[in-house]
Design a protein around this ligand. Structure first.
Ligand SMILES: *Cc1c(COP(=O)(O)O)cnc(C)c1O
Ligand SMILES: [Zn+2]
Length: 400
């Protein structure tokens, strides 16, 4: 049985029937899943989670499936929260920790959105879907599509990371590369779904991936003994993960599982080469503007205009957070630093959060008494091109 009550438009508040397949609201905005939280609270207590599967499905009462047996799973979620004792001490942030989403299937947190999105789509009768992607989402949705026995049509820019093309092809997806940007891929997908009747699984045009990403917040709360950190730094492209974190803590407060004051300040981190949310934040706007010539080594952050920008900005404002941009140089330095000082090979997007923590400490926005969590969204193993590979070559009989 499902505790879902309805889908609610994030902009105009219109209600939509969750038993039917939906994309955007008639006003053009993303939809949020709403639950009968009073019924969940009557049915579930935090201690009942103990001993449940070490995956995001341990929170199935707060997820949208009619029947949890319909879950399409590859073992996603329940990733570790690791203290960064050495690095935190060196930076004057002794309460620094990192949640490592690189341990998910397909190597990034996109697995969470894909697991829940694909599961719910299949439950609602979808057999075939299409989506534009900058890379990692395509890999994840192709893998979960294969697991579900669904046909996936994936359109990426021709300069998307090669690994994402390879993993989507390996999963048997119909992959097309467009000589253009993700926005061009999006227009091709929009025409194709209209012509062929496929489900449009584009980011935020599909209401259920937020629910998958929301489980990061549920886990952070449970893994900290229902005492979440003061600040969470999140690398924002479209910002779906940040919307998910915000929604998770709001639902947990409504359930009475977190004190009213437990309101982690959410920080959206972007790259200087593509920082539409940061610009909007600094100008006090409620929406971002299209960022021309978007370029950064952190390919997951290359989103020039996000459909859910107004929700991200609202979440940052409501939690007392901020938005900050860092340079590619700082990002690559942070990749190296996390590997050398903590043994963590993170993706450039995740490393951006460490670079941002340093900046915010320098600005005095972060202080040493704060418990600060970095969200590493993926494994550095998916980005071999940013890592040095030069090492001396020895003769077979050489001495060291
Ligand atoms: C997609 C992606 C992001 C950005 O995620 P959003 O939900 O679009 O903000 C960050 N890091 C990695 C590794 C990604 O693949
Ligand atoms: Zn609406």
């Amino acid at each position: 049985m499902s505790f879902v009550s309805h889908l609610e438009c994030a902009r105009c508040g219109a209600r939509h029937d969750a038993r039917q397949l939906h994309n955007l609201c008639h006003c053009g905005s993303p939809l949020l899943v709403r639950y009968h939280l009073d019924l969940v609270a009557a049915h579930l207590r935090p201690d009942m989670l103990v001993g449940r599967p070490a995956s995001l499905w341990r929170y199935h009462e707060l997820l949208p499936l009619d029947d949890p047996a319909h879950a399409v799973t590859l073992g996603e979620g329940w990733t570790p929260v690791l203290p960064l004792a050495r690095l935190g001490k060196a930076l004057g942030l002794p309460g620094l920790s990192l949640k490592d989403e690189g341990l998910n299937p397909t190597g990034t947190f996109k697995a969470r959105g894909a697991a829940v999105g694909v599961s719910r789509a299949r439950e609602l009768g979808v057999r075939e879907f299409a989506m534009p992607t900058a890379g990692n989402a395509g890999g994840a949705w192709a893998a979960y599509g294969a697991r579900a026995g669904m046909r996936a049509h994936i359109v990426m820019p021709v300069d998307a990371p090669a690994i994402n093309v390879r993993e989507a092809l390996a999963a048997g997806a119909d992959v097309r590369l467009v000589r253009g940007l993700i926005s061009d891929a999006g227009r091709i997908v929009a025409r194709a779904v209209a012509r062929h009747g496929w489900f449009d699984a584009s980011t935020l045009k599909e209401p259920y991936r937020i629910e998958g990403k929301k489980t990061m917040g549920l886990e952070i709360a449970e893994q900290t003994g229902w005492n979440p950190p003061d600040v969470i730094l999140y690398p924002a492209g479209g910002g779906v993960g940040l919307i998910g974190l915000w929604k998770a803590f709001a639902e947990l407060r409504a359930l009475g599982w977190l004190p009213e004051r437990a309101r982690p300040r959410l920080v959206a981190v972007q790259a200087e080469g593509c920082a539409p949310l940061v610009r909007a934040w600094e100008q006090g706007r409620e929406e971002s503007e299209f960022w021309p010539d978007a370029a950064t080594v952190a390919s997951g952050l290359r989103v020039p205009k996000a459909l859910g920008d107004f929700i991200v900005l609202r979440a940052v404002r409501e939690t007392g957070g901020t938005c900050v941009a860092v340079s590619d140089r700082e990002i690559l330095d942070a990749v190296e630093r996390l590997a050398r000082e903590e043994g963590l090979l993170v993706c450039p997007e995740g490393a951006a959060t460490l670079a941002a923590a340093v900046r915010l400490r320098d600005m005095g926005w972060l202080t040493g008494d704060a418990r600060v969590l970095l969200l590493n969204t993926g494994s550095g193993l998916k980005y071999p091109e940013v890592l040095p590979a030069e090492a001396p070559v020895l003769a077979p009989d050489a001495e060291l």
